[in-house]
Design a protein around this ligand. Structure first.
Ligand code: IMP
Ligand code: MG
Length: 177
């Protein structure tokens, strides 16, 4: 598996430090607000698990599953495969995503959840890839800005592989070309 990686872009240690910093900031910003963290499966699973251990305030969690992507390019269409199991009206919602790329997925999801009249919606993304943005959405919290390369690991996949790498790596282009 590691033979498919061209280079390590973000090391385990760097991830750990930034995730801790974002967890502390969210804790300060949402103290006494009982936010609900909404993880977007499957890409969020490692980031969210680590992030939550640095959030020291009362909060709840739920998950959604959406698909918008096949291979390395977004199809532009977003489908909800698993919805929330609870009402979010009046709640402070923090969407937890692996990467904000074109922004198509998150702007759709944000609009979808806004219809349920939450008190607020914020976005926490592990990675931000601004070069490819197609909608005007921004991450309220992000750990790293990444260049326009296809990255995998720490939850991010290429065709469902590489999610288990403990770092963020750039995939060798010949793997997907
Ligand atoms: P967007 O709708 O284009 O912002 O893309 C959102 C989804 O595309 C993310 O949740 C990822 O699953 C996937 N994605 C975008 N860029 C990458 C990447 O570099 N590596 C792995 N997945 C990516
Ligand atoms: Mg994803």
């Amino acid at each position: 598996m590691t033979n498919d990686i061209e280079r390590v872009l973000i090391s385990q240690q760097e991830i750990e430090a930034q995730v801790a910093r974002v967890g502390r900031r969210i804790s300060e910003d949402f103290r006494d607000r009982n936010p609900i963290f909404v993880g977007v499966l499957k890409g969020c699973f490692i980031f969210m698990a680590d992030l939550m251990r640095h959030v020291d305030i009362r909060c709840t969690m739920d998950f959604m599953a959406v698909s918008s992507y096949a291979g390395t390019s977004s199809t532009g269409a977003v489908k909800i495969n698993k919805d929330l199991g609870q009402d979010i009206e009046g709640r402070h919602v923090i969407i937890v995503e692996d990467i904000l790329d074109s922004g198509v997925t998150l702007s759709y999801l944000k609009g979808y959840l806004l219809n349920r009249r939450p008190a607020s919606i914020s976005i926490a993304a592990l990675l931000d890839k601004p070069a490819r943005r197609r909608s005007d959405i921004v991450a309220d919290y992000s750990c790293f800005e990444v260049p326009d390369a296809f990255v995998v690991g720490y939850g991010l996949d290429y065709n469902e592989q590489y999610r288990n790498l403990p770092y963020i790596g750039v995939l060798k282009p010949d793997i997907y070309s």
